[in-house]
Design a protein around this ligand. Structure first.
Ligand SMILES: Nc1ncnc2c1ncn2[C@@H]1O[C@H](COP(=O)(O)OP(=O)(O)O)[C@@H](O)[C@H]1O
Ligand code: SF4
Ligand SMILES: [Mg+2]
Length: 327
């Protein structure tokens, strides 16, 4: 069966006076029905722009300049704008870092949710309200009837994000993209929301992309993981395999530098150097001026190849496990 989402050689560029930023540079991955993919990388690596590209939400000065975005086999890039609007919020939904990107501050929750249902389904107000109530229950909101009559400002940050998630679930989309929706929340709530989302998507067959800068967040909950660096996916595969035996030096560095793996009282093992600006990337492998394994060969761009059952962009894959043992 075809993947719910198959992204092939996606390229999204931002054009500015300073040059062209290749925010998404030849990105390919697939997510199956009911599967959770973690999209991981440092800030500025192109995670959000990958999500926005899939949603058809890239605005000037950015542009999707190449590749295919196949949703159940149909290329979203070839659809007329109007058809894409119908698909957005219906077949694909995105939960943004800031829930207020989804919520309207001046409308009651019931009004917003009923509108979201009726924009895509031919149902009456009462039926739409029942669906809204059901969605709130599914994301763990107690006293849904009372909550439906409230305005966004009457909710805590965590509750607001839950409402945004409930809205994304309303039309039972084929694909949900969550863009670090829990970074502002405390760790316990993060874990809870992720766990609930994973369960809901497994049940409904929805494919889920969970964007985060924190590898440990997806460790126990994602099926696959794709690691992004400077606009490219450098390593992707089964989550346990990639975390236990990372083959890309960047993935290795990310895992080794996780606070949980560093003994207290000792300096953090950090990846040397800092995240580069996309306008001043080195040619070839973009990681090469931070990489201990770089050789003359790395001035060429490593193509993606399959190594040990995962997709890898590196001329000299690692063989040793990260310090502190397996993830
Ligand atoms: N509005 C914009 N104008 C110019 N460049 C942008 C804009 N938005 C994003 N970019 C470029 O895209 C890159 C990736 O951004 P983003 O996907 O938001 O990163 P992430 O979500 O991984 O933190 C940025 O580093 C920047 O170079
Ligand atoms: S291709 Fe070369 S520079 Fe890039 S990560 Fe691999 S070894 Fe390091
Ligand atoms: Mg982002």
């Amino acid at each position: 069966m075809a993947a719910t989402l198959q992204v092939e050689n996606l390229q999204t560029h931002f054009f500015s006076r300073g040059g062209i930023a290749r925010a998404v540079d030849d990105v390919s991955f697939a997510v199956q029905r009911g599967e959770v993919m973690g999209l991981v990388g440092e800030s500025g690596s192109g995670k959000s722009m990958t999500g926005y590209s899939i949603m058809g939400l890239i605005d000037e000065p950015g542009q999707v300049v190449g590749g295919r975005i196949l949703l159940n086999g149909r290329d979203l890039r070839l659809l007329p704008a109007e058809e894409m609007r119908t698909i957005r919020g219906n077949r694909i939904a995105m939960i943004f870092q800031d829930p207020m990107m989804t919520l309207n501050p001046v409308l009651r929750i019931d009004t917003q949710m009923i509108e979201a249902v009726r924009a895509h389904q031919d149902v009456g107000k009462h039926a739409a309200l029942a669906m809204a109530r059901d969605a709130l229950v599914r994301v763990g909101i107690a006293a849904p009837d009372e909550r439906l009559q409230a305005y966004p400002h009457q909710f805590s940050g965590g509750m607001r994000q839950r409402v945004a998630i409930a809205i994304a679930l309303l039309n039972k989309p084929d694909l949900i993209i969550c863009d670090e929706p829990t970074t502002a929340l405390d760790v316990t709530i993060q874990g809870q929301i992720l766990f609930e989302m994973q369960k809901l998507c497994r049940e409904s067959g929805t494919a889920l992309i969970w964007i985060t800068h924190d590898l440990s967040v997806v460790a126990g909950l994602a099926d696959t993981v794709s690691v992004m660096y400077a606009g490219r996916i450098v390593e992707s595969g089964d989550v346990a395999q990639v975390l236990m035996q990372p083959r890309h030096p960047y993935t290795h560095g990310l895992i080794a530098s996780a606070p949980s793996r560093n003994p207290p009282g000792q300096p953090l093992r950090q990846i040397p150097g800092s995240t580069p600006s996309l306008l001043t990337l080195p040619s070839g492998c973009s990681f090469r001026d931070r990489c201990a394994r770089a050789t003359g060969e790395c001035v060429e761009t490593p193509e993606t190849r399959i190594v040990d059952g995962r997709a890898l962009r590196c001329f000299h894959p690692m063989t040793e496990a990260p310090p502190g043992g397996a993830a």
